[in-house]
Design a protein around this ligand. Structure first.
Ligand code: 5AD
Ligand code: SF4
Length: 455
């Protein structure tokens, strides 16, 4: 075997959102035909790719410290006479700070932006001799060039899968880098989405989560050439036999149209769970954030969604300590947390991002105040989450089993509302749905017993 034929080992480390998780899988799929096999740790790898997140400052800083660690690993390996470790940076930090990485981290061999993952195999080959950088927004659509994973690869990833249907964002919230790193909104044609969904289901996937930075802004070309909204796309996906569950994330309140709300009423496959970030409960701050909705319009929307699907659980993202946020503004945020009855949230301290309008505001909030508000918000959401979890005890509902549990004889799945559910049952149920009677709640998860036949 010559050096070029030897199996090459890649380790992809994923930071940030679910879109990066999806992208990491697609990068691995793209590398497989060129003889790259995935390995679980950097120590075993010939190439480590950091698939990065740029949304908050600490997320970006983590990348530079990880590069430092990998550089050390490379030096140790060279000292031991081992093969050379290549270091790659992908994702939003690569896109936004490619030049900065090249300057600050000469150890990096390969910098690839999110629109160029289909070029990764040739870039990896070229990076063996010289550094390569590709952070273009290329003419060709990467999705048309990314190879489809084979059945075995999909099956190994379990019964739930992500499927990116939309990328980019045109909303320009005043705190957010996404419109700059991921560019303008682009939706994949419905036929391509349906084809990928069918392939995933054929390989054993039972639950699909459609992904997009602004997923409910989806406007893809329909098979008949007309414009399809997300609601329309969900209707078509729900017709795929064997596809038991659908979810989508992340949505903007202003893009929740009638068709999408009707889908929540009409499609049993569409899970009663919606991540609909409100960010703040103060109209003054929402305006400063350029969110283009108010507290009242948000709560009215929530009423319409709940009228369509009574048992829906709502979750949100929050930013505390946005420039100019007063105690009164923050009290309004705690109020909307309660009024919208959120059952979970991702909450963050405001982090100024270079190039975004809010970063240059003179009204920045002190770090310790942000920390205090974050803790108060999290305490309240934790209490609401615990109450929601407790309200499931005594109910019976379908669980999609995903993997073995930690205890012997146990398997774990997810409820319709995404909580882990632990059951004593045979491993053969993994990948299938079965009704479970919930007997208790513990920490963030539920446990119960199988009640009847398996689907
Ligand atoms: N600072 C803090 N949180 C942010 N988010 C986006 N940008 C920032 C920022 N600059 C949060 C928002 C968004 C989530 C993905 O990340 O709440 O919904
Ligand atoms: Fe960022 Fe979401 Fe606002 Fe788009 S809608 S700018 S992705 S926070």
């Amino acid at each position: 075997m010559t050096a070029s034929e030897a199996p090459k080992k890649i380790h992809i480390k994923t930071y940030g959102c679910q879109m990066n998780v999806y992208d990491s899988d697609r990068m691995a799929d793209a590398m497989a035909p060129s003889g790259w096999v995935g390995v679980a740790s950097p120590e075993e790898a010939d190439l480590v790719v950091l698939n990065t997140c740029h949304i908050r400052e600490h997320a970006a800083e983590k990348v530079f410290s990880e590069i430092g660690r990998l550089k050390k690993l490379r030096e140790e390996r060279v000292a031991e006479g081992g093969s050379r470790l290549m270091i790659g940076v992908a994702g939003c930090v690569a896109q936004a700070e490619g030049a900065e990485i090249a300057r600050r981290a000469p150890a990096v061999d390969l910098i690839v932006g999110p629109q160029s993952y289909h070029r990764l195999p040739e870039m990896a080959a070229a990076a063996a001799t010289a550094r390569v950088v590709d952070t273009d927004f290329p003419e060709e659509d990467k999705f048309d060039h990314l190879p489809a994973p084979d059945r075995a690869r999909v099956a190994a990833r379990g019964p739930t899968a992500f499927l990116t249907v939309q990328e980019g964002c045109d909303k320009f919230c005043a705190f957010c880098v996404v419109p700059y790193t991921r560019g303008a909104e682009v939706s994949r044609p419905a036929a391509k989405v349906l084809e990928e969904a069918r392939r995933l289901v054929d390989a054993g996937v039972r639950e699909l989560t459609l992904l997009g930075q602004n997923v409910n802004g989806y406007h893809g070309e329909g098979p008949d050439g007309s414009d399809w909204s997300l609601g329309r796309l969900l209707l078509a996906l729900a017709e795929i036999p064997g596809l038991a569950r659908l979810r989508y994330t992340t949505s903007h309140p202003n893009d929740m149209d009638d068709a999408l709300i009707a889908a929540h009423r009409d499609l049993p496959q569409l899970m009663p769970y919606l991540h609909l970030p409100v960010q703040s409960g103060s109209d003054r701050i929402l305006a400063a954030m350029n969110r283009r909705h108010t507290v009242a319009s948000y709560l009215k929307l929530v009423d319409r969604i709940r009228a369509a699907r009574l048992d829906i659980a709502l979750t949100s993202d929050f930013i505390v300590g946005f420039p100019g946020e007063t105690q009164a503004d923050f009290a309004d945020t705690l109020a909307i947390l309660r009024d919208a009855a959120f059952v979970a949230s991702f909450s963050f301290k405001y982090s100024p991002r270079p190039g975004t309008p809010a970063a240059s505001s003179p009204e920045q909030i002190a770090e310790d105040l942000k920390t205090e508000r974050l803790h108060r918000l999290q305490a309240q959401i934790d209490a609401q989450a615990a109450a929601f979890l407790q309200s499931r005890v005594g109910q019976t509902f379908d669980v999609l089993f995903e993997k073995p549990g930690r205890r012997a004889g146990q398997i774990v799945g997810r409820s319709p509302w995404l909580q882990p559910v632990h059951v004593q049952a045979d491993q053969s149920l993994i990948g299938r749905l079965a009704p479970v009677a919930i007997t208790g709640a513990h920490g963030n998860s539920l446990h119960g017993a199988l009640v009847a036949s398996v689907q």
